[in-house]
Design a protein around this ligand. Structure first.
Ligand code: GSH
Length: 219
């Protein structure tokens, strides 16, 4: 088994690496640099026709894409500690929160990145597209209201899906780490949210390594 991977801050491969650390699972990582277009090469498109990372390749050559699907597969093989919930209700709640974070928060961050960030301008142009800056900018207030909603939800709750750390926290954490790197921050008055972010960042799995990235945390 091996994981086609990209370094921080790429948020989707990061989810899987955080999950692996939380589970103490060791899988060989194959660095597949997005900046060199390795994910769009014909030999990679056979593994994931969408040309995206991460991809988990099994020993028989079967490939699994989508970070959450990869982690679900690994959860089946390594159930402890449970990161997708331990009962029907918990599993549904973790799922609910993963979807909410992806749609309400990751999506606006992705649009800000693709449509406004100077770093992506050349990549979009090279693919024959163009940035829709006004649309990208319109995602900033959507992100901000998503943060305020999550802040209210986190009142009196330790983690996103309840009292225990789960995959929903990993999906949220990788979203906000990436947002921070591209200059999109959690509003200061979101105190429950910021306290949650401190809690997940204190975990040994959280370390963000930007040493191989051209993107750095804004000072
Ligand atoms: N929903 C996918 C998203 C994968 C994704 O967008 N990966 C990014 C890296 S963080 C990528 O490969 N981007 C290059 C592209 O879309 O062309 C997942 O959860 O794995």
């Amino acid at each position: 088994m091996k994981l086609y991977d990209e370094s921080d801050p790429a948020p989707n491969p990061r989810r899987v690496r955080i999950f692996l650390k939380e589970k103490d699972i060791d899988i060989p990582l194959v660095h597949t640099p997005l900046s060199k277009g390795k994910h769009k090469a014909p030999e990679f498109l056979v593994k994931n026709s969408l040309g995206q990372l991460p991809v988990l390749e099994l020993d028989d050559g079967t490939c699994i894409s989508e970070s959450v699907a990869i982690c679900r597969y690994l959860e089946e093989l390594h159930p402890e500690p449970p990161l997708f919930g331990s009962s029907a209700l918990e599993r549904a709640q973790v799922d609910m929160w993963i979807r909410r974070i992806e749609f309400r928060l990751m999506q606006p961050v992705g649009q800000i990145w693709v449509n406004t960030h100077p770093f992506t301008a050349a990549v979009v142009a090279a693919r024959g597209g163009k940035q829709h800056v006004e649309f990208g900018e319109s995602n900033r207030p959507i992100f901000e209201s998503g943060c305020k909603w999550l802040n209210r939800e986190l009142e009196g709750r330790e983690f996103i899906a309840g009292p225990r750390y789960t995959m929903a926290d990993i999906v949220a954490q990788s979203t906000f780490d990436f947002a921070r790197v591209i200059g999109v921050t959690i509003p200061d008055n979101c105190t429950n949210f910021l306290a949650w972010y401190d809690r997940v960042n204190a975990r040994p799995s959280a370390a963000l390594d930007l040493s191989k990235s051209l993107l750095k945390l804004p000072t």
